[in-house]
Write a protein that binds this ligand. Structure first.
Ligand code: ZN
Ligand code: ZN
Length: 389
């Protein structure tokens, strides 16, 4: 029996059961289904039916295979549900032996001190979003981007998610949530979208950086070539022109030629910019809600006379403490600086001098404008701002 038939059967049985159908295995390669009305409607089947997954289905069974229209019918049944899944993991979540050391390793603050107050077992929920992106220029690059947020702490633990990726793929075997588990609630849609709006960009930039770099190199090389060609033409024409007397008809012609060279050069440059402009498209594909136990570190941040307590989760599968997000850019870059006003943790960029008046200010405190000169806060990004130059 080819392995994909077994998988198909299991997929169908699980999907149907999840949609409220009663599913019974009647033969190694066949199931009998008692379907509620919604399932009957989506699949175009009666209340009771049999599905066969082998080469020779039993009597009365409809044969299901990947070549048939059954993938479409199951897709119908999945509907929106397929875009949002929940996974509960329940690993051994004992705390690390030396939390102090773990914290010192994970948290690097350039201008503040911190103190570990406590470590307590807790539950968290990660919203993990998958996006498909494609960048098109003179070449094309596409891929899948994963963006996850810890809904209890607000951390965006890219490195932790990378490490636990094998568990995320899952084999469909879910642990159930223990009675005493209290994961944080799902975020309201607007809050999540706002975070995605900020956090996706730096990650997309990172994913596209090698592509953008190659693009920029090819663009630079072609620009150079264009310049050198037209510069030679220009110089040559200039030389002829200077040899001619003022008011000479031949000199007029050379002047017109120089003007034509200038125009052609500009037009060719414009063409090149268009050719190398990068268009990026991003499409949300799926969201996974991962619920699991963690160890929660209560950390006190101190800067000058001010202090703030923040929570950082230690993930037992990755055996790693999640670093706090930059509260301005939501990027994963380190280290962090602490602002004076609200003790925000931000990257260097988040507390840089104003580009117009030079005033140093926290972009998490002042998201839109510089508090002194009111000039708008700019956000960088290759994918956003790159137009071939
Ligand atoms: Zn300013
Ligand atoms: Zn701040």
């Amino acid at each position: 029996m080819p392995p994909e038939i077994g998988r198909m059967q299991r997929f169908a049985a699980e999907l149907l059961a999840r949609q409220g159908a009663l599913v019974e295995l009647i033969e190694p390669e066949a199931i009998e289904v008692l379907a509620p009305p919604a399932v009957q409607q989506a699949l175009g089947m009666h209340e009771l039916f049999r599905l066969g997954f082998g080469a020779a289905p039993p009597a009365g069974a409809t044969r299901v295979g990947i070549e048939s229209d059954w993938l479409d019918r199951f897709g119908q049944l999945l509907g929106e549900a397929g875009h949002c899944a929940q996974l509960v993991l329940h690993p051994d979540a004992r705390a690390p032996a030396d939390p102090q050391r773990v914290l010192e390793h994970a948290l690097v603050l350039d201008n503040a001190t911190f103190r570990l107050l406590d470590v307590v077992p807790a539950w968290t929920r990660y919203a993990i979003l998958y996006f498909r992106f494609s960048a098109v220029s003179d070449e094309k690059r596409d891929g899948v981007l994963r963006l996850g947020v810890n809904l209890a702490t607000g951390a965006l633990p890219d490195a932790v998610l990378e490490q636990i990726a094998p568990w995320l793929a899952g084999d469909g075997a879910e642990a159930s949530l223990p009675e005493d588990a209290d994961p944080p609630p799902v975020w309201e849609r607007g809050r999540l979208l706002e975070l995605v709006d900020r956090a996706l960009q730096p990650r997309l930039d990172t994913a596209l950086a090698p592509f953008a770099k190659g693009l920029s190199r090819r663009f630079g090389r072609d620009q150079e070539r264009l310049y050198s060609y037209h510069n030679d033409l220009h110089r040559e024409t200039m030389r002829r022109l200077l040899a001619l007397a003022e008011g000479d008809a031949a000199r007029r012609r050379e002047e017109q030629r120089i003007e034509a060279i200038r125009r052609e050069y500009q037009a060719k440059l414009d063409d090149l910019s268009r050719q190398y402009a990068m268009r990026v498209a991003v499409e949300w594909v799926q969201t996974l809600q991962l619920v699991m136990p963690v160890q929660r570190f209560m950390v006190q941040i101190r800067r000058r006379k001010a202090e703030r307590v923040m929570h950082l989760d230690w993930n037992p599968l990755a055996r790693r403490l999640e670093s706090p997000p930059c509260e301005f850019s939501w990027s994963d870059e380190r280290p962090r600086l602490v602002c004076d006003e609200a003790l925000h943790l931000v990257t260097k960029e988040g507390i840089a001098p104003c580009e117009d008046c030079g005033r140093v200010f926290c972009r998490a405190c002042h998201r839109e404008r510089c508090p002194r000169c009111r000039s708008a806060v700019r956000r960088s990004g290759v994918a956003r701002g790159f137009h071939g130059g």
